[in-house]
Structure formats: C-alpha cells, structure tokens
Design a protein around this ligand. Sequence first.
Ligand code: NAD
Length: 322
Amino acid sequence: MRVLVTGGTGSIGSVLVRSFLERGDEVLTFGPTSYPGRVADIAKDITIIRGNLAYQSEVFNAVKNHRIDRIFHLGSMLSLPSNANPWAAFQVNVVGTMNVLEAARLFDVPQFIFTSTIGTYAHGAGEVVTDETLQRPATMYGTGKLYGENLGRFYRTRFGLDFRSVRLPSIMSPCAKVRVVAQYNSWMIEYPILGKPFPCFVTPETKRPCMYFKDAVRAISTIADAPADSIAMVNYNVGGLNPTPSAKDIELEIRKHFPGADVTYEPDPVVMKFYETAKTVTFDDTCAREEWGWMPQYETLDVVVPDFIREVTKNPSQYGLA
Ligand SMILES: NC(=O)c1ccc[n+]([C@@H]2O[C@H](COP(=O)([O-])OP(=O)(O)OC[C@H]3O[C@@H](n4cnc5c(N)ncnc54)[C@H](O)[C@@H]3O)[C@@H](O)[C@H]2O)c1
C-alpha cells in the first residue's frame, strides 16, 4: 500500500511513518521542509516531499505524481500558534485541508484519515464530552479542525471518499516541540528525565484528557484498517488515560523515578484562561469502542511513565533529543 502522511516528520506523524514502514507500506511524507529531523534514520526508505498545505498546486503535485492509496492528513498548526496567528492557521488548517481533500477527489485516492482534536469542544461542553456533545470550539485551531471534520464528512457523502477521523485528546510524547495548552502533560515527564527544571504553566489541579503517543498512532492506523461497514459515526472521540490525571498526579508519578525532579508551578494566565472555557475532564469514546473496537493500551500513569523513560533513554535521536 502506498500512503501519504502530511505532517509525517512531526511528533505523531514520524511514529506513524515508522509503523507503516515496518508493515511493508511505501511511505511518502509532505511538509514544509525536506529536513528529515525525527525520521533521519529512515529517510532513505521513504520519500520526503517538501510543500506547503496552503499552496494548492504543491499539494496537488504531491498526490498526482504518486498513485496514493491512503492519505493520513496530520499536517497542521497546533493550538497556541493558531491563536497567535489565526490568518496563517486559516491557510494551513482550513484551506490546507480543503486542498488535500480536493487532491484525494481529483486523483482518485480511495481513503482519507484526518486527525481532529478534543479542542473542537469548549463552550458549554461541561466535564464529560461524548460524540454527541455540541462542538463549540474556543480556539482558531478547534474551529479549523471542526471545519475539517465536517468537510470530510461532506466529501464522504457527496463524492464517496472513504473519509474517517479521530479526535485526539492531548498527546503525551517525547520531544513535543510546540507549546500548546496541555503540553505540560509531556514536559512534566520529559524535563526531569533530561535533568531540566520544569516550570509548569498550569495549576497543580489542572486536568486535560490525555493519551500516550503510541495509543494515538494505534488509533489512527486502527480506524484506517477498520471494515468500511463498521464506520457509522465517521468522526470519533478516542480516549487514552482513564481517569484523567492532574498535573500534580503526573508530577508525583515521575517523582517515583526521579525523586529530585525540579518541578514548580507558574500558571500562565493565557493558558489558564483557556481552561476557564474548556472544562472537559472525561473524554467518552464509546462510539469508537463499539463501532471499530478501539481500546487504549496505555491507560494509567504507572504504564505510561516507565515506557516514556525507556523511549527517551533508548532512542534519544529518534525524538530529536540526542
Ligand atoms: N499533539 C497533540 O496533543 C494533538 C492533539 C490533538 C490532535 N492532534 C493532531 O495530530 C496531528 C499531528 O500533531 P503533532 O502533535 O504530531 O504535531 P506536530 O506539530 O509535531 O506536527 C504537525 C506537522 O504539520 C506540519 N505542518 C505545519 N504547517 C504545515 C504546512 N503549512 N504545510 C505542510 N505541513 C505543515 C509540521 O511540519 C509538522 O510536521 C495534527 O493534525 C494535530 O492537530 C495533536
């Protein structure tokens, strides 16, 4: 199978690309630079296409010049950068997603997988969010992703494109570079491993539903492989850690391995303002479980943290930490 992964050298995309290579897929990535970064060690085994999602012709060329079987559209600006520059976020996340969907339609790509976000829920969503909860995002990022979900559904019904998407909660992964509203989940673990102090930018009580990156990669490939007749909801919540840990819970867990961890709390008013609107603590993923058998494998901190430590110490270059 020949797969195109937009954002394939990013945090989640690079791990997804490795999993596809391992199972024998031919892999192409699409992104703003030809610098392989996290996929440097496998760069010779994949095709890295340099292009900007906002430029229709660059997207069309990438899809037209290769007979693509599946597109995994992960390329995106994340939450805080999108809020800081909503004009760029519109071009990348809204126009860019339209460009990739159009490329799929025009050049006969049968399947399209999209990564949406828990950030599509905010105003009035409450502490428990299900697939039926009204999506009223509070950010430019969430607004753009919600458009992507619905545009994909439109392409599915209007043009028969096999569009499917997962809404990911905050992802815990090594070397997540972009500071987003819930990145403390990852940095609270990573900084103590690297011997760096971590000034946590939310209060100790803050909770945001989260998922280990290995589960995120598995959710994305599992929904792609699910039988067509199992897909009814189309856009799905997928959950990870259960119950959702607080920032303090993560600190206490990492202290079991690094008792001298230098963690302080310096809540950022801009980030805390976000949490005044987005109060979700429980991310209900019943539809994904019932329709295509979603089941996270990393549900508790005592499973996530040791694996995170192993990954960072065993494969630092894979995460840009060498
Ligand atoms: N990390 C999270 O907590 C999280 C949570 C929910 C959803 N998601 C979604 O998962 C996907 C992957 O996120 P990630 O955590 O790997 O982030 P990331 O920032 O590591 O990866 C995003 C990728 O998009 C690429 N990109 C950005 N602008 C582009 C442009 N103009 N043209 C082409 N490519 C461009 C970047 O180069 C990068 O490779 C994204 O769609 C994101 O919205 C992530």
